[in-house]
Design a protein around this ligand. Structure first.
Ligand code: NDP
Length: 283
């Protein structure tokens, strides 16, 4: 039987509708969540992501602004700007679009953002809070993945989740979130030997490699839940994930498509984090 496709675009639209109501209630109480996005340089992909974030904010009533800086901006100048934004009471969320130009150390910038305004969830304090299972800003893509699983009441507890990819923004945190939900978690990466022996044992398979067709039907277990995080532009210009969707959907129980899968959820979770930032974290 063909898998149930979890459409991230539709789920994101539902969540945004609910957030719009929440934002409107906050506004009535005099609190308008505000997101400031900082873009350094003129990378077209980054520009398009940033504009997407502004558009999505507007849809939910969250106010936002984009601060565009030239590629020549020094690390000191950027850190000074972040310090100013950290102290601005009207700004609840700060996001510095990555990647940054090579002469700026990303980690220094991530650590300069006030953890209470770190809506990307990349600050070490927030990563630590996530590991400890405390209230925090969850990194947006892993947060989106967990939300997709929960939207279909997919059982996580006691199941074997296999993550392919160990980046700081996707692989590592999604594994931690699944562990927090009582899954048994295995991480795979480019040095993993016998990848298929792990993937074939996965009840929940998260693929975040960045290579088109990295995973085929023969790599997955019957009735597995398959979450495809990859975004790859192929020769004909279209976008595709890391999983051979057409084949895999005949074997999986649930699967996410690309596009209209994890991608739209990522921005939506940023909005959720911005609302959370406006309300303040719990201890
Ligand atoms: P990275 O390049 O940082 O990480 C890729 C990971 O895949 C690494 O851990 C790497 O291992 C592993 N890997 C590479 N080749 C293999 C292989 N042959 N077998 C097993 N593991 C392998 O990518 P990201 O995590 O940032 O992103 C992954 C994909 O997800 C990309 O396509 C990206 O565009 C997409 N993405 C999508 C988002 C969304 O919103 N949908 C958000 C963020 C990313 P090693 O560590 O050993 O190098």
């Amino acid at each position: 039987m063909s898998a149930e496709v979890i459409n991230g675009k539709e789920l994101a639209a539902e969540l945004k509708l609910a957030m719009k109501e929440e934002v409107s209630e906050l506004k009535e109480k005099g609190l308008t969540p505000h997101l400031t996005v900082v873009l350094v340089g003129d990378d077209p992909a980054s520009k398009s992501y940033v504009n997407g974030k502004k558009k999505a904010s507007k849809e939910t009533g969250i106010s936002s602004d984009i601060i565009e800086l030239p590629t020549s901006t020094t690390e000191t100048e950027l850190l000074q700007l972040i310090d100013k934004l950290n102290h601005d009471q009207a700004i609840h969320g700060i996001l510095v679009q990555l990647p940054l130009p090579e002469h700026i150390k990303e980690q220094s910038v991530i650590e300069a953002i006030d953890p209470q305004k770190d809506v990307d969830g990349f600050h070490p304090i927030n990563i630590g809070r996530m590991m400890a299972g405390k209230d925090t800003f969850l990194p947006c893509t892993p947060f989106g993945i967990i939300t997709m699983l929960k939207s279909r009441d997919i059982q996580i507890e006691g199941r074997h989740a296999v993550i392919i990819g160990r980046s700081n923004i996707v692989g590592k945190p999604v594994g931690q979130l699944l562990l927090n939900e009582n899954a048994t978690v295995t991480y795979c990466h480019s040095r993993t030997k016998g990848l298929q022996s792990f993937t074939k044992n996965a009840d929940i398979l998260i693929v975040a490699v960045g290579k088109a067709n990295a995973i085929h039907a023969e790599d997955i277990k019957e009735d597995a839940v398959v979450i495809d995080v990859g975004i790859n532009r192929v020769e004909d210009g279209t976008l595709t994930g890391d999983v051979d969707f057409e084949q895999a959907k005949e074997k999986a129980s649930y699967i996410t498509p690309v596009p209209r899968g994890v991608g739209p959820m990522t921005i939506t979770m940023l909005l959720k984090n911005t609302i959370k930032a406006a309300k303040g974290l719990e201890n």
